[in-house]
Design a protein around this ligand. Structure first.
Ligand code: NA7
Length: 538
């Protein structure tokens, strides 16, 4: 039975202990506010706590997939690999938590289920699965956009009939899964499936990959970092930080060096080959014209298909795996380590489930058309009900009892991707209509946390009891989010970014596509104009 704990009063509640929650709690403490953080997991990490599937690894390079707000932490922490794996990021976030002595204000194993605003007391009441019922003047959601609370299970009948083990990658058991000697099936070939497949293949007796859409995949070319490299990075953090702050995607990369138009195809191919060899997200950043220019994009698409044909020896498998049917960039591009090579192993197969969809699960496997694939373990790498999903899982009620879940039913809406009309003092880090998920996420998170901190500080200083955006400001930002997406290549495919991976979810773009550098400017303009678009109550 759930025992309700005695009510406690806080200035602020933070929901979630990933990158966002950790930094937000630190900032609130610095403001001198009494804050409490609730986290569903047993420990800190957020997405990096739950995503323990084999091969889970970051697609951003470690030296900039981190907090920049503390020079001390930048100097004290040393990354071991170019692209950090889940355990290392989890260790990093634990290190930061302890370094800032945040744990004492965190409650674990407590999933927030409800938050309701009382217009008389001007306080939120927040409830958790652990029986907490606390009140606070501010609530900051630090729940992430792709999270374990809102995993996307495929709408294929019969999962309950399957007698083997099955796991969603976003809820991976802490103790791991033993694939040895087992017939394993993986459904889903997004970033997650692409990372998991080579690792599962190492021990499984047989692996069948059920692929609906072939992704465009770049080689990570991951490697351990040397002492010299780390020393050079640490000596250079001021410059790196400045670049992160001014880059579209929050990455400290220089602008593409070459002009596609000014070279012949043979030269372009040589250049592209060099970028391929360097690996990482820079692979598609060789040409100034960028992939929005169809000629550049088509050149690269063909380059990627050639690569698949040259790596995968079986032409039938290669044909299934070749990315096609939509333009590159219309779905997230993934990084791999030995993904294509894995299909050269005799015990690894790929099945095209776009051509013949999965019809149902049986007690013993998966039916594709009239053929059954017998399985002992099924891995669902089928993604998330992104961005709005995690908000809609909580019962959040604002003025007059309006429900945030209902407000978000028709698609994402928020002002600056951080605030909601009718929900005073509810602030969201990387909320709907925010650029975070199109960028190096920690860089966006740092921005949002700092902007929210300034807003709260302003309220405290001015003696305002409540701040919320006007309906008009929220509507405008919401529409701007859609119009930016309408001009983008994303319109040309189904993706989680458009909500089209979840049956019944409206096709509305979830992310503000103006780039982090422009978002920073827009938020600054709002601040300088006396928090334009917000209304304050004393
Ligand atoms: P994604 O990118 O949403 O990928 C999910 C994959 O699962 C994708 O290949 C889907 O195919 C596939 N899928 C989903 N439902 C089905 C059904 N019913 N049948 C067959 N295949 C299906 O999730 P990830 O976890 O890989 O990555 C999410 C983000 O996390 C990623 O973008 C990074 O930012 C980190 P589809 O493409 O829809 O045809």
């Amino acid at each position: 039975m759930l025992v309700t704990k005695p009510a406690e009063e806080f200035d602020a509640v933070v929901i979630g202990a990933g990158f966002s929650g950790i930094y937000m709690l630190h900032q609130l403490r610095k403001l001198g506010l009494r804050a409490r953080l609730f986290e569903a997991g047993e420990g800190v990490g957020g997405a990096w706590y739950w995503n323990r599937y084999p091969g889970a690894r970051c697609d951003s390079e470690s030296y900039f997939y981190c907090f920049f707000f503390s020079d001390e932490i930048l100097q004290e922490w040393t990354w071991s690999e170019r692209f950090p794996a889940q355990p290392e990021i989890e260790r990093y976030l634990n290190f930061v938590t302890d370094r800032l002595d945040l744990r004492k204000d965190m409650t674990f194993n407590a999933r927030v289920t409800a938050a309701a605003y009382d217009e008389d007391t001007k306080r939120w009441t927040v409830e958790t699965t652990a029986g907490d019922k606390v009140t606070a003047r501010y609530v900051v959601t630090a729940i992430g956009g792709l999270t374990s609370t809102a995993t996307n299970l495929p709408n294929i009948p019969g999962i309950e009939d399957f007698k083997g083990e099955w796991y969603h990658t976003g809820h991976w058991p802490k103790e791991g899964v033993d694939f040895s000697g087992k017939r394993v099936g993986v459904i889903g070939t997004g970033s997650t499936g692409i990372q998991a497949v080579p690792e599962i293949a190492k021990t499984a007796k047989h692996l069948t990959v059920f692929q609906r859409t072939p992704a465009y995949i770049m080689p990570a070319k991951n490697h351990p970092l040397t002492e010299e490299y780390n020393a050079a990075i640490k000596a250079n953090y001021a410059e790196i930080k400045a670049k992160v702050r001014t880059h579209w995607g929050g990455q400290p990369y220089d602008a593409p060096p070459y002009s596609f138009e000014e070279m012949d195809l043979a030269k372009a191919r040589k250049v592209q080959e060099e970028f391929w060899d360097a690996g990482g997200l820079k692979v598609i950043q060789a040409f100034k014209e960028g992939t929005r220019v169809p000629a550049v994009r088509e050149f690269m698409e063909e380059f990627f298909r050639d690569k698949v044909r040259s790596i995968v020896k079986d032409p039938v498998k290669a044909e299934i795996l070749e990315p096609k049917g939509y333009p590159m960039g219309a779905k997230r591009i993934a990084l791999d380590t030995n993904y294509y090579e894995t299909f050269n192993l005799p015990h690894v197969d790929v099945v095209n489930v776009k051509k013949t969809p999965i019809t149902n699960f049986t007690e013993t496997g998966v039916m594709v058309g009239d053929k059954e694939y017998p399985l002992d373990i099924l891995v669902l790498a089928t993604g998330y009900d992104a961005v709005t999903g995690p908000f809609r899982k909580m019962d959040i009620r604002g003025r007059g009892g309006i429900k945030l879940a209902e407000r978000l039913e028709d698609g994402p809406r928020a002002y600056l991707g951080m605030s909601f009309a009718g929900f005073p003092n509810l602030l969201a880090i990387s909320g709907p209509c925010n650029p975070a998920l199109s960028t190096n996420v920690p860089a966006s998170i740092e921005h949002d946390v700092e902007w929210i901190t300034d807003l709260i500080q302003y309220c405290e200083k001015e003696g305002f009891t409540a701040v919320e955006p006007t309906q008009e400001a929220e509507d405008e930002w919401t529409e701007e989010t859609q119009s930016k997406a309408a001009d983008s290549v994303f319109t040309e495919a189904d993706s989680w970014q458009f909500g089209s991976n979840v049956p019944g979810k409206p096709r509305r773009f979830l992310i503000w596509l103006g780039g982090l550098h422009m978002f920073r400017e827009r938020c600054e303009e709002v601040t300088k104009a006396g928090y334009k678009g917000f209304k304050f109550t004393r």
